[in-house]
Design a protein around this ligand. Structure first.
Ligand SMILES: Cc1cc2nc3c(=O)[nH]c(=O)nc-3n(C[C@H](O)[C@H](O)[C@H](O)COP(=O)(O)OP(=O)(O)OC[C@H]3O[C@@H](n4cnc5c(N)ncnc54)[C@H](O)[C@@H]3O)c2cc1C
Length: 305
């Protein structure tokens, strides 16, 4: 398998990679899929999914449905971590921890991971009040008091979405000012139910089953805020650091793709959270994966001319 030149290698088997693999198989292209953890590993950790059409339930149950469909399509999975990729004139050389593979095309669907923010006592409330996604979890806090921690545009955009759902939103900015366009900051300030706390640090959290109160240190004072949800925006890191092509990344380190999910490098495609997409969700990752598969099929046709 290692010396053969594959038609396509998919790196990362989350919703984007899995969808692409299913579509490619149905287009008679057998991709080699490389995954370091397990199929749909991120989905497996989501306690409740309510916004993927046709399914409401535990992420692990959806992950199992995805896995079954991969098995039913006889898609081969190689469990390993990709460490780097090179390209010669024609093909890609994909290096894993324990082997090297060659392919005419590569699809990167390696996802993202959040930068850590340690909240004292907060480990207890992961998935029980602490969230990083307003679209995923916002509706759980309808008419409740919540807090958002962050200092950049993402934190404001997510807060504007949450402010229309929740009762009171405490926006805790660790800096003296928010690094975001002034129109966004003004829009947040104009919301009657938003209270902004500058130079705030979360120093503690309390609750029995889920989060109920946080302590925020601000200059010389420490205040207690009663909240049922805490949304953390610490930024995220791209998992595709194995790509040695600086021209494929934008200034926030997401992979630049066009509407066909092609990157600026011929034969290199990307889909899902790892790209410059405006929304990072399961349904959008699946849609991206399907488009990428179709584009890869077209690309491989040009290689055969
Ligand atoms: C806590 C939480 C809750 C969420 N809730 C929802 C929700 O309710 N609804 C919703 O629609 N979305 C939700 N999301 C977002 C959703 O999980 C993502 O948008 C989706 O998983 C993105 O799919 P993906 O295929 O792009 O990436 P991922 O699912 O992140 O998959 C990437 C895969 O690549 C693998 N990988 C990474 N690097 C390498 C490497 N070097 N070599 C080999 N393999 C590699 C990883 O192990 C992983 O399996 C949630 C996310 C989080 C974190």
């Amino acid at each position: 398998m290692k010396n053969k030149i594959q038609d396509c290698i998919i790196i990362g088997m989350g919703p984007a990679g899995i969808t692409a693999a299913i579509y490619l198989s149905r287009l008679n292209i057998k991709p080699l899929c490389i995954e370091e953890k397990g199929l749909a590993s991120k989905l497996s950790s989501i306690p409740l999914i309510q916004n993927y059409p046709g399914f409401v339930g535990k992420g692990n149950d959806l992950a199992q449905l995805f896995t079954k469909q991969v098995e039913d399509n006889n898609i081969s999975i190689y469990k390993s971590r990709v460490s780097t990729i090179q390209k010669d004139e024609e093909n890609f050389r994909v290096q894993c921890e324990d082997g090297i593979f060659y392919s005419k095309s590569v699809l990167v669907t390696a996802g993202i991971r959040p930068n850590p923010l340690i909240i004292p006592g907060g480990n207890k409330y992961s998935f029980r009040g602490i969230s990083r996604c307003a679209v995923c979890d916002g509706p759980l806090y309808r008419n409740k008091d919540i807090a958002v921690h962050g200092d950049k545009s993402t934190a404001i955009q997510e807060s504007l979405y949450l402010a229309d759902i929740c009762h009171t939103l405490y926006f805790i900015c660790p800096e003296k000012s928010i690094s975001a366009p002034s129109e966004l900051v003004k829009e947040l300030e104009s919301k009657d139910n938003v209270k902004i706390i500058y130079e705030g640090t979360i120093v503690g959290s309390i609750g029995s089953r889920s989060i109920e109160e946080i302590q925020v240190k601000c200059k010389n004072d420490t205040m207690s805020l009663s909240v049922r949800g805490l949304f953390l925006y610490t930024g995220e890191a791209n998992n595709a650091t194995f790509l040695p092509f600086p021209e494929v990344f934008d200034n926030r380190n997401f992979i630049i793709v066009d509407e066909n999910k092609s990157t600026p490098i011929s034969g290199l495609f990307a889909a899902g959270d790892v790209t410059i997409t405006p929304l990072r969700q399961i349904v959008t990752a699946c849609g991206d994966g399907a488009i990428a598969a179709f584009s890869i099929k077209q690309y491989l046709k040009t290689r055969r001319l």
